[in-house]
Design a binder for this molecule. Structure first.
Ligand code: GLU
Length: 291
C-alpha cells in the first residue's frame, strides 16, 4: 500500500477509458494549443527563438494533417520585460500591474513578429486576436470572437490569441491564459485542448523539488484529490500548474479531452495525434458518467 493511497488513486484511471480518450485526442479535427511564457522565453526573459520555432514546427505537424489549430500564446509581458529591462519590480503592487500591462504591449508586437516569421517558413498565415475574459463572457462579443475565428480557420489561418493585457484591469494574473484557453476550447467546440508547459505533465509533487514525484498519466474521477495535491503548489511563478489543471478539468467536464504536456518534448503534438501516451491526459466526461 503506498504511503498516501489517495495519491495513487489520482493515477488509476480505467485503462479502457484512458485508451478511448487517447484515440479521441488523436482524431481531433480542431485543437486549441496553449503555450506558456516559460515555453517561449529564456532565463533573461527574452523571447527564445529556438523554443518558439519548435512550437511552430509542432503546430505545423497538426496543420499538415489538416487539423485546425488555435494557438493561445502567453509571453507578451515576459518578452516586454526582457526587451526593456524596466521591471516589474514587484508583482504585487498597483505599479507593477500598470508596468506589466505596458510591458505586454511592447512584448506582444515582438511575439507576433517572431510568430509571423517562424510560420512563414511553412507558408502558414497567422492572425493576432487579443481578448479579455469580459469579452468572452459578453454574448455579443463572444459571438464576434467565434465568427472571426471560424472565418480564419476556414481560410486555413492559425489564430494566435492572447489576453488583451493592456485593458484587462483586474486580470493579468498568472494562469489567465490557462482559463482563457479552456473557455475558448469549450466555446469553439474544440476536440482537444493541449496545454504546453515547462514540465512534461502533472506530477504527484513538484518535480523541480521532489525527486520522488511521479508523472500522473491520466486523470479521470480522481480530480478532487489532484486539486489537493496541486492546490498549494506553484501559483506564484508564471507557469503554475494549478490553473492548468483547473483549465484541463473544465474542458474535460465539457466532454473534451485535455492534455498537459511538456513543450520541450520532441514532436509533442505529433505524438499526441499519433495516440502515444504523452503528458497527463484528462479523460473527458461523457453523458453516461455519474456526476
Ligand atoms: N497574457 C500574459 C502574457 O502574455 C500571460 C498570462 C498567463 O501567463 O496566463 O504575458
Amino acid at each position: 500500500m503506498p504511503e498516501d493511497a489517495s495519491v495513487e488513486r489520482v493515477g488509476t484511471a480505467d485503462p479502457e477509458r484512458v485508451e478511448a480518450a487517447r484515440r479521441e485526442a488523436a482524431g481531433a479535427d480542431r485543437v486549441i494549443v496553449k503555450a506558456g511564457t516559460n515555453s517561449l522565453t529564456d532565463a533573461d526573459s527574452r523571447l527564445d527563438r529556438v523554443k518558439l520555432d519548435k512550437l511552430v514546427a509542432d503546430v505545423m505537424d497538426l496543420r499538415e494533417r489538416g487539423t485546425e489549430v488555435v494557438l493561445v500564446s502567453s509571453g507578451a509581458v515576459g518578452a516586454g520585460t526582457g526587451r526593456l529591462d524596466v521591471g516589474p519590480e514587484s508583482r504585487d503592487g498597483v505599479d507593477s500591474i500598470a508596468e506589466s500591462q505596458a510591458l505586454s504591449t511592447v512584448g506582444q508586437g515582438l511575439l507576433m513578429r517572431h510568430y509571423t516569421q517562424s510560420f512563414e517558413r511553412f507558408d502558414q498565415d497567422v492572425a493576432q486576436i487579443l481578448v479579455t475574459g469580459t469579452d468572452l463572457d459578453a454574448p455579443e462579443r463572444f459571438d464576434n470572437f467565434t465568427n472571426t475565428v471560424e472565418k480564419l480557420l476556414s481560410w486555413g489561418v492559425v489564430p494566435v490569441v492572447n489576453e488583451n493585457d493592456a485593458v484587462a484591469t483586474d486580470e493579468l494574473r498568472i494562469g489567465d491564459n490557462d482559463m482563457l484557453s479552456a473557455s475558448i476550447a469549450i466555446g469553439l467546440d474544440a476536440d482537444l485542448l493541449v496545454t504546453l508547459t515547462d514540465v512534461d505533465g502533472v506530477y504527484t509533487g513538484n518535480p523541480k523539488r521532489d525527486a520522488d514525484a511521479e508523472l500522473i498519466e491520466a486523470v479521470d474521477d480522481g480530480y478532487e484529490r489532484l486539486r489537493e495535491i496541486v492546490g498549494d503548489g506553484t501559483a506564484t511563478d508564471f507557469g503554475g500548474i494549478r490553473t492548468k489543471v483547473e483549465g484541463a478539468h473544465d474542458v474535460s467536464r465539457n466532454g473534451i479531452p485535455a492534455i498537459i504536456a511538456g513543450s520541450a518534448e520532441r514532436d509533442v503534438l505529433a505524438r499526441i495525434v499519433a495516440g502515444k501516451p504523452t503528458g497527463t491526459l484528462f479523460v473527458p466526461e461523457t453523458g453516461d458518467d455519474d456526476e
